[in-house]
Design a protein around this ligand. Structure first.
Ligand code: ACO
Length: 429
């Protein structure tokens, strides 16, 4: 028998179906509520609302579980590559060797960026944030690569997906080189996806880049850990904008904008900036912890807390291990790392942080890792965006394929003034 929930409104009982997910989570299906009762639900920030049913990623915030298409992220981080994980997320299954080779060749074939796009990059002000540049450039891709009417819809989607995965990486490295005033480096067919990125970022005519396998592995893991995280702010943005049936480039551009925020993807940059402030102020943690505890102060300890993970962030654990390995190789001393280690130790024992279930999240360690890899701070969120692309794409694909697809249009409870007459300007007091 179908499980239901009962709701009593003005003496009338309404029965609502309960939907059960494959891991046993339950949700009250309120899709008929308005029609049947005339009432909507109020849930600011969607803290309590599932926007869709999804088969992409499973997160259990209490147990600290993260799985892509059923596979624990720990196993992917240990055995997989970013390209293989992207294939898994987008297509639902791990590729065969042949499929993986084919996918890698396609990514390589599409990695060049239209030469005319260079003019766009060059005319952004030097101080422009790379996330702003990236979101604009991704949106501009539609103009450079318009739809070809002879292609089937499936062919068009496949080519758009491949272009995005491949070109966003090239564009990210290009914007860095242009920002530095350096010659851009083209992708090479003999390098893997992360090797190519590192080479495009750091190779220079006066100092050829030497690829370090430990760094390549770290980058693979960094991107795997960021590849999807179910209905987070940027993914919700991609689904919402995508629901208006815009092209995929525009939907991904919206996701990049959402990710830019310091409470979301911008947190990895904010972590390093906060550590820098602690360092500049002499290294004493106490005033920063006091500010974080003060309810009247909007300051938050960046890299701590998560909307879903309330015990620990499984990605944070893996990232910490990778971070330790890469830092073990990097000879230069980093005062920020020492501060990060102290901060982690102190915050984990602090009653405020314990009571509020605030643990270091992935961004706490990823900022340090990226810094050790030589990635400039303002590129941190771009690194996250490259990693999150397969997630955004797979969630967009799932939502457009959904037989219950709907234009996303939330309701509201209006609390403004009641009807009142327009007053001509000369009569306004
Ligand atoms: N420092 C100090 N206090 C905090 C922090 C923090 N980092 N995070 C939450 N709190 C406190 C809040 O002040 C609030 O306290 P109160 O109940 O006494 O009023 C309580 O914990 C709950 O906070 P909310 O904002 O309601 O929790 P929410 O789940 O909405 O927040 C968020 C999650 C936005 C990530 C928050 O923890 C935060 O701002 N963290 C810092 C930014 C950060 O690291 N973001 C990265 C997230 S991971 C990612 O996007 C990949």
């Amino acid at each position: 028998m179908e499980e239901t929930a009962k709701i009593l409104i003005d003496g009338t009982t309404f029965e609502l179906p309960i939907v059960t997910g494959s891991e046993g989570e339950k949700a009250i299906d309120i899709s008929r509520l308005l029609r049947e009762t005339g009432l909507v639900t109020l849930d600011p920030g969607f803290v309590n609302t599932a926007n869709c049913q999804s088969a992409v990623t499973f997160v259990d915030g209490e147990k600290g579980i993260l799985r892509y298409r059923g596979i624990p992220v720990e196993q992917l981080a240990e055995h997989s590559t970013f390209v293989e994980t992207a294939y898994l997320l987008i297509n639902g299954e791990l590729p065969t060797q042949e499929q993986l080779n084919g996918f890698s060749v396609l990514l390589n074939d599409h990695s060049l960026v239209h030469e005319d796009m260079r003019a766009f990059f060059e005319h952004f002000p030097r101080w422009a944030h790379p996330m702003g540049i990236l979101s604009s450039m991704v949106n501009a891709l539609r103009a450079f690569y318009p739809e070809i009417p002879t292609r089937t819809e499936e062919e068009e989607i496949n080519i758009t997906v491949t272009r995005l995965l491949s070109k966003v990486r090239t564009m990210a490295a290009m914007s860095y080189k242009i920002f530095r005033g350096h010659k851009t480096v083209y992708p090479r067919h003999d390098l893997t996806y992360p090797e190519n990125f590192l080479n495009m970022m750091f190779d220079s005519p006066v100092r050829p880049y030497v690829i370090d396998e430990e760094v390549v592995r770290a980058l693979n893991v960094f991107w795997i850990l960021h590849a999807d995280h179910e209905q987070n702010c940027s993914t919700a943005a991609v689904r919402l904008v995508g629901s208006a049936k815009v092209n995929l480039y525009a939907a991904i551009s919206a996701g990049i904008c959402a990710l830019w925020g310091p409470l979301h993807g911008g947190a990895n940059q904010a972590v390093v900036e906060m550590l820098g402030q602690i360092h500049e102020s002499g290294g004493d943690l106490a005033p920063f912890l006091a500010r974080a505890r003060d309810k009247k102060d909007p300051f938050r300890l960046m890299g701590f807390g998560h909307r879903v993970y309330k015990t620990y962030d499984p990605r944070g654990r893996i990232m910490k291990q990778v971070c330790d390995k890469v830092l073990g190789k990097v000879t230069r001393e980093d005062p920020l790392l020492e501060i990060a280690q102290r901060l982690e130790e102190v915050a984990l024992k602090d009653p405020y942080f314990i009571d509020h279930h605030l643990y270091p999240n992935i961004d706490f360690y990823s900022g340090i890792l990226l810094r050790a890899m030589g990635i400039p701070v303002n590129m941190f969120t771009v690194m996250f965006a490259i990693g999150r692309l397969p997630g955004w794409i797979s969630q967009w694909k799932e939502s457009t394929d959904d037989p219950n697809w709907k234009l996303q249009r939330p309701r509201q409870i209006y609390v403004g003034p009641n009807e009142r007459a327009y007053v001509p300007v000369r009569k306004r007091g």
